[in-house]
Write a protein that binds this ligand. Structure first.
Ligand SMILES: [Zn+2]
Length: 280
């Protein structure tokens, strides 16, 4: 009976790991299953029981990283997706490398070209500027959900971090206050439209859920850079390949943006005063 319970718990834990890896990285679950093929060999070669789980984890991580860096970019091509640069290229970089390690940096070639041109133009106007990208999409299939985003399922969408100044030095920062890129918001000032409050009143509990759970302690070290943000938004909306942009309404007003490409994303989405959403 106890043995059956242990066996059930072990199988359940494998299923949970598979599901989590598949949901958050798309390919991690498959790689997990593949890496399990090496377990009989590990059991034979690693005699100390305490080292066997470490060896299994090490092999999984090795296969995962090699696949992510060298194999998946090639396999994604027939699906019409290309990875964004892992390291700073033409003033564009991932805000967090974890985005790339989780295979969430795949977009259509046209969107990659557009965001590289946008970042490059910002770099020519302000050489100290780095445009940080957040979640794009997964490498394979369209209509595959990428949680927690509702719409990032076809390579046509990409999120960008806001531009900030370092509060101490006053210099442009190439970083952002959120550890995950989302959830640290440029809140509405008194007199500005408070969309988050309005959505909350209408019963949309998820609209500012990330704001409630993401640590806020780094916010005090950053100042929202209105000047460069206005230029970045103008550069984005002027690009011919970009057809839709989301930013919170109070920031659209504050920055004086009048492009009709800028839309309200709706209370069913999440708040956009922590990042910009662009799409083809
Ligand atoms: Zn988005």
């Amino acid at each position: 009976m106890i043995q059956q319970a242990l066996r059930f718990t072990r199988i359940l834990s494998h299923v949970v790991v598979f599901i989590l890896l598949t949901v958050f990285t798309q390919v991690g679950g498959i790689i997990y299953l593949l890496s399990r093929r090496t377990h009989p060999l590990i059991m034979r070669k690693v005699s100390q029981p305490v080292l066997q789980p470490l060896a299994k984890l090490g092999i999984f991580l090795l296969i995962y990283v090699v696949s992510t860096l060298a194999v998946i970019p090639l396999l994604a091509k027939p699906f019409g997706k290309v990875p964004l640069p892992l390291f700073r290229t033409s003033h564009l970089q991932p805000l967090r490398l974890a985005t790339c390690l989780m295979n969430r940096h795949y977009v259509r070639p046209a969107l990659k070209q557009a965001v590289l041109e946008i970042a490059d133009k910002m770099g020519r106007q302000h050489p100290e500027t780095t445009v940080n990208y957040l979640d794009g999409g997964f490498p394979f299939f369209n209509s595959y959900p990428m949680l927690p985003h509702l719409s990032h399922n076809d390579g046509k969408k990409l999120d960008l971090a806001f531009l900030y100044l370092d509060k101490t030095s006053g210099a442009p920062s190439d970083n952002a206050p959120s550890i995950i890129g989302y959830g640290v918001c440029e809140e509405p000032r008194p007199g500005e439209l408070n969309t988050a409050a309005r959505c909350r009143e209408q019963g949309y509990k998820c609209y500012d859920a990330l704001r409630q759970i993401v640590p806020q302690q780094h916010k005090q070290h950053y100042v929202f850079d209105s000047m460069r943000m206005k230029e970045l938004m103008s550069t984005i909306t002027a690009h011919a390949e970009i057809h839709k942009v989301y930013i919170e309404p109070h920031l659209r007003t504050r920055l004086g943006l009048d492009s009709d490409k800028i839309r309200f994303h709706g209370c069913g989405a999440v708040r956009h005063d922590d990042h910009i959403h662009i799409q083809l």
